[in-house]
Design a protein around this ligand. Structure first.
Ligand SMILES: Cc1cc2nc3c(=O)[nH]c(=O)nc-3n(C[C@H](O)[C@H](O)[C@H](O)COP(=O)(O)O)c2cc1C
Length: 259
């Protein structure tokens, strides 16, 4: 089988949220799809290892927050790389409640939400496939939907990419050339020539200086979340990414920059 053919399937990215008692939780999924129109039924496949799967089995209901292109990598990490078994993902995270103020959906980077009631669960071995009827829905913004491809191209950091350290703003004295780094206070006085803040101009940002290149080595890297496998050159065929739970087929053997 040519597994790369599977990468041609297009997906969206969503946060699947649910609630049991006072516990709110959610995780990133790419497997939401509408399967019928009348009634409106969606399907979503959730790994049995995920807390969200256990909670949906119990509550029999969930929301789907449709992420848009304003989604940050921080949000993906928050809901997709951590488990509600260890962290409270909704503690201090901006959200609203749907379905008579019960089930959470996201405020940030969310173009619409669905509220769904489970009608059937199919056991697929590693995953549970939930079929659920949409009982409430609302469009929240016209910002284009986040596709899995857009996430790969524009949001997920490239493996081995090093962040360029932010450069503080620089203010230059017109009279003596003194350089002040950081925001310039209104009452600033040049420590060299004594003129006031009005004699300073902000230096234009020049092209960012490239981070120094480190050594390049070959590593197996998860295409979904960027996790780098450090176990050697041979990736076990039954390997599961410890971060995003995708299997060995989601890994590429590529050059990674190391320090
Ligand atoms: C881009 C991306 C897509 C994902 N898609 C799915 C998915 O379709 N189904 C699934 O069960 N987990 C998926 N995950 C993994 C879960 O979001 C992740 O395991 C999460 O930590 C589970 O949290 P929980 O234990 O609180 O439920 C995905 C993660 C990422 C980063």
């Amino acid at each position: 089988m040519d597994t790369s053919a599977l990468f041609k399937i297009s997906y969206g990215l969503y946060v699947l949220c649910t609630r049991v008692g006072e516990k709110l939780n959610g995780c990133i999924v790419n497997t939401v799809t509408q399967v019928t129109n009348d009634p409106v039924v969606v399907a979503v496949a959730v790994n049995k290892a995920n807390r969200t799967a256990d909670m949906i089995c119990e509550s029999r209901e969930f929301t789907v927050s449709m992420l848009n292109i304003e989604t940050s990598f921080e949000l993906i990490k928050h809901f997709g790389f951590a488990s509600g078994r260890e962290v409270d993902k909704f503690q201090g995270f901006p959200h609203q409640l749907a379905g008579e103020d019960r089930l959470p959906y996201l405020e940030e980077a969310c173009s619409a939400y669905l509220l769904c009631r489970v009608i059937e669960v199919k056991d697929l071995g590693t995953h549970l496939m939930f079929f659920a009827e949409v009982v409430e829905s609302k469009t929240l913004s016209d910002t284009p939907a986040l596709t899995y491809d857009y996430y790969q191209q524009h949001i997920k950091p490239r493996p081995g990419a090093k962040a360029t350290p932010p450069r503080p703003e620089r203010w230059v004295c017109d009279v003596c050339g003194y350089v002040h780094e950081g925001p310039l206070p209104k009452d600033f006085i040049c420590p060299l020539c004594g003129v006031a803040a009005g004699h300073f101009h902000r230096e234009q940002e020049s092209a960012p200086v490239a981070a120094p290149k480190g050594k390049t080595v070959k590593r197996w890297v998860c295409r979904v979340c960027g996790y780098v496998y450090e176990g050697g050159d041979v990736l076990p065929p039954d390997y599961i990414c410890p971060l995003c739970k995708h299997g060995a087929e989601a890994f590429d053997y590529i050059d990674v920059e190391v320090d």
